[in-house]
Design a protein around this ligand. Structure first.
Ligand SMILES: Nc1ncnc2c1ncn2[C@@H]1O[C@H](COP(=O)(O)OP(=O)(O)OP(=O)(O)O)[C@@H](O)[C@H]1O
Length: 262
């Protein structure tokens, strides 16, 4: 189970005006601004649930995922993932979770994908039999056979994303965090990724938290949505709660964002 209770997170950002004079001035006197990325965020997600975490740019989605995966520590509030505080026992915690950041790679750029997988096997101390079973299953379901011997940098975005998802699941995590996993993918790759996530959730009961701006992803994958805006949870329900008649889903969501002024 995942719980977040009254979590707040702010960032301190240095600001200065343009120009050489301002750069010199900032050496002696820095101005800072505080950005409140998360403000009193609370929710609970049960085992096996698949939840869409949506909101406009800068709403606080990635900050939430980073806290849940132990990369960031909140300023205040509590958070547990399967009974563990993510940032306190990171080594144990990461064995339980898989994370895919659509805009970042966890694969080593210059080596064949299979070498990255072997490195991950060592990092996560995955036993041989589990690694082999998982590799075989993922290879089949994500159609990786032709890709494993290719260096990551030579893969297309869609091919890389399939490899990234496989990499995040080699150690059989109970929970998968997907931060914009279909960003930039063509229709065929998107469908393949969606189908795989659905199947993973159905067969392995993996808990999935998905952040995306693609409302078709949300429509296809999640029954529950949590809407975040300006660092606050604004709605915890289903797409049906915000959908009106046969309105287009993108227009509906844009209308919701406008109505909350986010
Ligand atoms: N490392 C950082 N340093 C300073 N400010 C940050 C940092 N990371 C995020 N922020 C700020 O915190 C706020 C929330 O950012 P976050 O990346 O969590 O939003 P998001 O919902 O994931 O956005 P997007 O959909 O654009 O990826 C934004 O105002 C952003 O500028």
């Amino acid at each position: 189970m995942i719980t977040m209770k009254n979590v707040c997170k702010s960032y301190k950002v240095a600001r200065r005006n343009a120009g050489f004079k301002e750069a010199c001035k900032s050496l002696f006197h820095r101005e800072y601004e505080t950005i409140q990325a998360l403000n009193d965020v609370s929710f609970t997600i049960n085992e096996g649930e698949m939840v869409g975490y949506i909101g406009p740019n800068g709403a606080g989605k990635s900050s939430t995922i980073k806290i849940l995966s132990g990369i960031l520590t909140p300023d205040s509030g509590t958070c547990t993932v399967n009974g563990r505080v993510p940032w306190e026992n990171r080594i144990q915690h990461v064995k339980n979770i898989g994370v895919v950041f659509g805009q970042k790679s966890q694969l080593w750029w210059d080596v064949p994908v299979i070498d990255s997988f072997l490195l991950l096997k060592d990092i996560y101390s995955i036993p041989d039999d589990i690694y082999q079973n998982n590799l075989e299953e993922l290879q089949k379901l994500l159609d990786l056979k032709q890709l494993l011997r290719t260096p990551t940098r030579q893969l297309s975005l869609g091919q890389r994303m399939r490899c990234e998802i496989a990499a995040s699941l080699l150690h059989s995590p109970d929970i998968l965090f997907l931060d914009e996993p279909t960003i930039g993918l063509d229709a065929v790759s998107k469908l393949a990724v969606r189908e795989f996530i659905l199947r993973l959730n159905e067969t392995h009961k993996t808990t999935v938290i998905l952040t995306t701006h693609d409302m078709q992803d949300i429509e296809a994958l999640t029954k529950r949505i949590i809407l975040v805006g300006k660092g606050r949870i604004l709605l915890d329900g289903s797409l049906a709660d915000i959908k009106e008649g046969n309105a287009n889903i993108d227009e509906t969501v844009a209308q919701v964002y406008r109505s909350y002024d986010i």
